[in-house]
Design a protein around this ligand. Structure first.
Ligand code: AP5
Ligand code: MG
Length: 219
């Protein structure tokens, strides 16, 4: 089971790059934020609880998040490998992931930090549009061919509730300190790589794929 972790602040490009990696490597893209949003859309009790955190730009408590991810990791489509997007987000989540993977006889192969300065994050999130199926666009950097419509399925594009400027500011204010704990966790394990996330999307993908291929040869 091949396990990669994409790390980065809100808007760094984790979802964009995770889709490319999952496709290139034939592994599952597992995004904690997408799982929460699916529960919210389905109106489950878990989703109602998660929504109270997402609406405030706060992290969902570790216990709920870890349980959701570990359950998902047990499903058949995760067995070939996983690229995590948005998880782990705190030191305790990183430790819980290590423990869950150790039980399966594996570990995080690479934790890849997408480095993007804060001013750029705010700009990206205010110009992000999404298809309900999860395809991601940006009116400035990555526009759809037809404005307002998904290139893949023609569905109407929408904006995320938590991309309102005040919620973006709350996400950045509350979520960076715990993220740096996660970065330190992987730096100490020796599997952290930092990629310049300010480059155009294809250049970021190429850097990541180059890193993984070098890793393959070394393994
Ligand atoms: P989540 O959905 O994970 O959101 P996030 O981390 O805030 O990250 P985003 O999805 O906003 O950004 P991204 O890095 O995926 O960037 P994207 O590729 O879209 O989490 C949402 C919420 O759920 C959290 O606030 C929290 O409440 C909760 N949650 C989730 N996980 C949790 C956890 N583990 N523990 C506790 N709570 C959790 O790109 C952004 C935009 O930039 C797009 O428009 C894209 O087209 C554009 N773009 C991408 N790359 C480039 C580039 N290289 N150049 C120019 N533009 C680019
Ligand atoms: Mg995302």
């Amino acid at each position: 089971m091949r396990v990669l972790v994409l790390l980065g602040p809100p808007g760094a490009g984790k979802g964009t790059q995770a889709k490319v990696l999952a496709h290139e490597l034939g592994i599952l893209h597992l995004a904690s934020g997408d799982l929460f949003r699916a529960e919210i859309a389905a109106g489950t009790p878990f989703g109602r609880e998660a929504k109270t955190y997402l609406d405030r730009g706060a992290l969902v408590p570790d216990e709920l998040t870890v349980r959701m991810i570990v359950d998902r990791l047990s499903q058949p489509d995760a067995q070939a490998g996983v690229v995590f997007d948005g998880f782990p987000r705190t030191g305790p989540q990183a430790e819980a992931l290590d423990a869950a993977l150790a039980k399966r006889g594996t570990r995080v192969e690479h934790a890849i930090y997408l480095d993007v300065p804060t001013e750029e994050l705010v700009r990206r999130l205010s110009s992000r549009w999404l298809c309900p199926e999860g395809h991601v666009y940006n009116t400035m950097a990555n526009p759809p061919r037809v404005p307002g419509e998904c290139d893949h399925d023609g569905k109407k594009l929408i904006q995320r509730d938590d991309d309102r400027p005040e919620t973006v500011r709350a996400r950045l204010a509350q979520q960076l300190a715990p993220l740096y704990e996660v970065v330190d966790h992987y730096r100490e394990q020796g599997n952290l790589s930092v990629i310049d996330g300010t480059q155009p999307i294809p250049a970021v993908s190429a850097d990541i794929l180059r890193l993984l291929r070098v890793g393959d040869r070394a393994a």
